[in-house]
Design a protein around this ligand. Structure first.
Ligand SMILES: *Cc1c(COP(=O)(O)O)cnc(C)c1O
Length: 394
């Protein structure tokens, strides 16, 4: 599960330089190449930057993606500076006037529009700017849940009442606004996270069907359909992967039913989750009312993922055989251990009651699947512990 270069660095770093985030960019390159190869050539692959915006990650993904999906002015400026020249799609709810202006001035020409207000504002700003290039709009619609879907989805972002996208009934009101510099490019939907390939394909078919009906009803061409991200990442089975081959074959069949339509996917988590590890050491190990607790350097202020998603973060124990203190080494043997951080809150738990053969104070632990929604979603300032180091292994 842990790659050899990551394990080697995790063993080599002095304890005082832990915790550390270690990324395996060669593994990321291989994974992204496999994802790209599994998708039909005509399907565009965008990376949803919010999953992990580190410049090194963006650069490693750049050869494999058609572009990047950004969801704020901050992401937009960062991606422009980190990987200049690649196409951007600007999504996200609550876009402000300043952000839309920034995007227009930065040459972004693909907007995922989330409301009628946003469309009116974008039209006014675009018409008031010099430079005649059309501004492409994809209407983000919050379609009803597709058949066979998303009961099991980990995070539902659409299908029911939601702040994301347009209610499909409100989309018709946008049609008269698509003039001047604005041009309808397509339809966008991102309805759920954590879907397997068959569920994702059901969502894609529903979105494409809706886009076709919408175009027919209003006499508009809808040449692009973005079916979002949310490809499943299973933290309880670190070795399993979303079935990109089945998904790619399904998308090819769907594209054949919709000639003239370019399909786009914008995964985040499923691209980068597997390339990152959070490496730390066991500071203390104790038994309390019959249960073993390992207290680690760092914690959920660096890696909030297990708390945010409600899982045990998968980990590997890296034994350290040196113990230089004259007192006995605290240890857990063949028993379940709860791995916590240094925060003074019972919520600072990375993994709960996980059986281990042996875990001792001074051993190291490498948490896997820490390459997406990890450092960047965490509450770094809480308790003022030092920040981790970041390593990107080529
Ligand atoms: C977060 C998000 C994504 C990526 O979702 P993952 O679950 O990380 O694949 C894609 N599109 C939109 C609009 C999003 O908000």
């Amino acid at each position: 599960m842990i790659t050899p270069p990551v394990a080697a660095l995790a063993a080599r770093l002095p304890a005082g330089r832990l915790p550390a985030y270690v990324h395996d960019l060669a593994a990321l390159d291989g994974h992204a190449a496999a994802v790209r190869a599994a998708l039909p050539r005509a399907v565009e692959l965008y990376y949803a930057v919010k999953a992990n915006p580190a410049a090194e990650i963006l650069a490693a993904l750049a050869p494999h993606v058609s572009g990047f999906e950004v969801s704020s002015g901050g992401e937009l400026a960062h991606v422009r500076a980190s990987v200049p020249g690649l196409p951007l799609a600007f999504g996200g709810p609550g876009k402000t006037e300043e952000e839309l202006l920034l995007a227009l001035d930065a040459g972004v020409r693909r907007f995922h529009v989330e409301s009628e207000r946003e469309l009116r504002l974008l039209a006014a700003l675009a018409d008031g700017r010099p430079g005649g290039a059309p501004v492409d709009v994809l209407l983000r619609v919050n379609l009803p849940a597709a058949p066979g879907d998303p009961g099991g989805a980990a995070l539902t972002m659409g299908g029911g009442p939601s702040p994301f996208g347009l209610d499909p009934r409100a989309a018709a009101a946008c049609v008269p606004l698509l003039r001047g510099r604005l041009r309808l490019r397509g339809v966008h939907a991102h309805l759920a996270s954590g879907l397997d390939a068959p569920s994702q394909l059901a969502v894609a078919a529903a979105v494409a069907g809706w886009a076709r009906e919408f175009g027919d009803r209003h006499g508009l061409a809808v040449p692009e359909v973005c079916v979002g991200g949310g490809m499943a990442v299973d933290y309880t089975r670190p070795r399993s992967r979303f079935d990109w081959t089945a998904y790619g074959q399904g998308l090819a069949a769907l594209a054949a039913e919709h000639p003239g339509v370019t399909f786009r996917v914008e995964p985040g988590r499923s691209l980068t989750a597997y390339c990152g590890w959070y490496v730390t050491e066991v500071v203390d190990l104790k038994h309390s009312h019959g249960e073993a607790f390992a207290v680690l350097r760092g914690g959920t202020h660096h890696l909030r993922t297990p708390v945010a998603k409600g899982h045990d973060q998968p980990f590997t124990v890296l034994p350290v055989d040196v113990w230089e203190h004259p007192w006995p080494r605290p240890a857990a043997l063949d028993e379940p251990v709860t791995l916590t951080g240094q925060l003074c809150t019972p919520k600072d738990v990375l993994a709960r009651r996980v059986p281990v053969a042996e875990l001792r104070a001074g051993d190291r632990v490498a948490f896997a699947m820490a390459g997406a929604y990890a450092w960047n979603i965490s509450h770094h300032a809480f308790l003022m512990h030092p920040a981790p180091e970041f390593h990107f292994l080529a």
